[in-house]
Design a binder for this molecule. Structure first.
Ligand SMILES: Nc1ncnc2c1ncn2[C@@H]1O[C@H](COP(=O)(O)OP(=O)(O)OP(=O)(O)O)[C@@H](O)[C@H]1O
Ligand SMILES: [Mg+2]
Length: 409
C-alpha cells in the first residue's frame, strides 16, 4: 500500500450469512479485494435485527476474520440490507427554467429532483435511495445529465427506495455495537448489480435477481437507470424447509441434500435413483426416491419464479429487457435453476458472478459474494478515491453517482 491508497469495506448482512469484504482502493490502479470474513447470521430474521447482542456478535465475528487475514483494522463500512420492510416507487417532477438564456444549472437539476420528491413519506419510513432515471427538456427525453443544456421546461423521473426507519437504525446500531461505523446503507440488490452487471446490460435492459437465503431481491435496469426494485420474502431457506418437512429430516440435512442431490430439472432424474434422508430426532434414516426430493424443489422453484415474473411484469414489458435476466445469490447455485428460470420467465438468463475487480480468486468468483463485493465498490466510491481498475463493468461505481439524498420536504 502507498500513502494515497485507502482501505474500504463492504458488509453484507444477509439472512443466512454475514460477509465482510475488505478491499484496497489503490490511488493508481483501482480497487483490489484483499480479504473476506464470514459468519452465520444470528440475531437477525429476514434482514431485521431481533437480538442486538447476537447480531453484533455475528457481525464482529465476520469482521474479526477479515481483519485477522489482512492485518488491517476496519472503521467505516458500507452495509447492504434487505427485508420485506423495503418499498419503492417511481415519481415525477417538473419545473420551469427561469432566466434569459434558459440554461439548466446544477441548481435547476436539484430543484426538479426535489419537485419529484413532493410525495409525502409516512413518518415511520425514510428514503434510503433517490435514483434519477431520465430527464426531459421541453418534453424530449433520454437525457441523463441536463446541466448546460437549454430549454424552458425540465422534467425528471426518479426511483425512490424507502425502509422502516427504526429497523434500519437497529441494523446500524448492531454494526456500531460491533465497533464499526456505517458510511452508507445500500439495498442489497443494487450492490449485487454493481458487482455482476455489465454496462451494456444496464443500458439495454436487465432484471437482476438475487436469490438469497431468506429473500429474493429484484432490481430492473433500463437505459442505465433503476426502474424497479422489490424484495420477496422467499429464498433458498424455503426450499430447504420444504425438503425438511417433506422428508421429515432435520433442516441441516435438508440443506445438504438440496445442495448435493437436488435439481429442479426433474425430467433428468431416473425413477430408480434413491437417496438417504436421516430421520428427525431418534427416528431411523430412510431411503427416498431422488425424484420425490427434486419434485419438492421444483414446485418451490416454479412458485418463486412465478412471483419473480409477476414482479418484473410490474416494472416494464418483457420485450424492453433486451439483455434478459441475471440471477445471482446462493439460490442461483441450485442445479437447473437457470434453465427453469429461462423457461418460466421466457427470457434469456445467465448466472451473475462478480466480475472486473482485481483480487477475485476462484473462491470469490461465486454468486454468494456478489453483494459484499458490490458493497466494497460502493465503499470505494464513498471514499471518493476511485480512479480506474475495473475492466468489464465500465466506469464504476456506476450507481454510486446516481444515489442522491431525499430532500426531506
Ligand atoms: N450449491 C447450492 N445449491 C443449492 N442452494 C445453494 C447452494 N449454495 C448455496 N445455496 C443456497 O443459497 C442460500 C444462501 O444464499 P446467499 O448466501 O446468497 O444468502 P444471503 O445473502 O445470506 O441471504 P439474503 O440475500 O436473502 O439476505 C441458502 O439457502 C443456500 O441453501
Ligand atoms: Mg444476499
Amino acid at each position: 500500500m502507498n500513502k494515497k491508497d485507502r482501505i474500504v469495506c463492504g458488509l453484507d448482512i444477509g439472512t443466512t450469512k454475514i460477509c465482510m469484504m475488505i478491499a484496497c482502493e489503490h490511488s493508481d490502479s483501482g480497487l483490489e479485494l484483499i480479504s473476506t470474513g464470514y459468519s452465520n447470521s444470528s440475531g437477525l430474521k429476514k434482514g431485521v435485527v431481533v437480538d442486538l447482542e447476537e447480531a453484533a456478535a455475528s457481525i464482529r465475528k465476520a469482521a474479526d476474520e477479515a481483519e485477522t487475514k489482512s492485518g488491517v483494522s476496519v472503521d467505516w463500512v458500507t452495509i447492504g440490507t434487505a427485508g420485506d420492510h423495503f418499498q419503492s416507487f417511481n415519481s415525477h417532477g417538473a419545473i420551469t427554467i427561469e432566466g434569459n438564456h434558459q440554461e439548466v444549472t446544477e441548481d435547476a437539476m436539484k430543484q426538479v429532483i426535489k419537485a419529484a420528491q413532493s410525495i409525502p413519506i409516512p413518518p415511520d419510513r425514510e428514503a434510503i435511495h433517490v435514483l434519477p432515471q431520465e430527464f426531459f427538456l421541453d418534453y424530449h427525453g433520454g437525457i441523463q445529465n441536463p446541466v448546460g443544456l437549454y430549454g424552458s421546461r425540465l422534467d425528471v423521473n426518479i426511483h425512490v427506495v424507502t425502509c422502516q426507519s427504526t429497523l434500519n437504525q437497529n441494523l446500524i446500531n448492531a454494526v456500531n455495537r460491533a465497533q464499526m461505523r456505517v458510511n452508507k446503507v445500500i439495498l442489497q440488490q443494487l450492490a449485487s448489480a454493481e458487482a455482476v452487471l455489465t454496462k451494456d446490460e444496464r443500458e439495454l435492459g436487465t432484471a437482476l435477481i438475487d436469490i438469497g437465503g431468506g429473500t429474493t431481491d429484484i432490481a430492473v435496469f433500463l437505459r442505465n437507470a433503476v426502474y424497479f426494485t422489490s424484495v420477496l420474502p422467499v429464498g433458498g431457506s424455503h426450499f430447504s424447509r420444504d425438503l425438511a418437512i417433506g422428508l421429515q429430516t432435520p433442516m441441516e440435512e435438508a440443506e445438504r441434500i438440496k445442495k448435493d442431490s437436488g435439481t429442479v430439472l426433474t425430467e433428468r432424474v431416473q425413477e430408480d435413483e434413491m437417496i438417504e434422508a436421516p430421520g428427525m430426532g431418534t427416528r431411523a434414516r430412510r431411503s427416498v426416491p431422488r425424484k420425490y426430493v427434486c419434485e419438492i424443489l421444483r414446485a418451490r422453484a416454479v412458485e418463486t419464479l412465478e412471483l419473480i415474473k409477476d414482479q418484473i411484469s410490474k416494472a416494464v414489458e418483457n420485450e424492453r429487457l433486451i439483455a434478459g435476466v441475471v440471477i445471482t445469490g446462493g439460490g442461483s447455485m441450485l442445479d437447473g435453476m437457470l434453465e427453469l428460470a429461462e423457461e418460466t420467465l421466457g427470457m434469456p438468463v445467465r448466472q451473475g458472478l462478480p466480475i472486473g475487480v482485481r483480487g477475485l480468486t476462484n473462491e470469490l468468483s461465486h454468486p454468494v459474494y456478489a453483494t459484499a463485493i458490490g458493497l466494497a465498490l460502493f465503499g470505494a466510491g464513498e471514499a471518493g478515491h476511485r480512479k480506474q481498475g475495473r475492466s468489464k463493468t465500465g466506469s464504476s461505481p456506476w450507481l454510486f453517482n446516481r444515489i442522491l439524498s431525499w430532500a426531506g420536504n
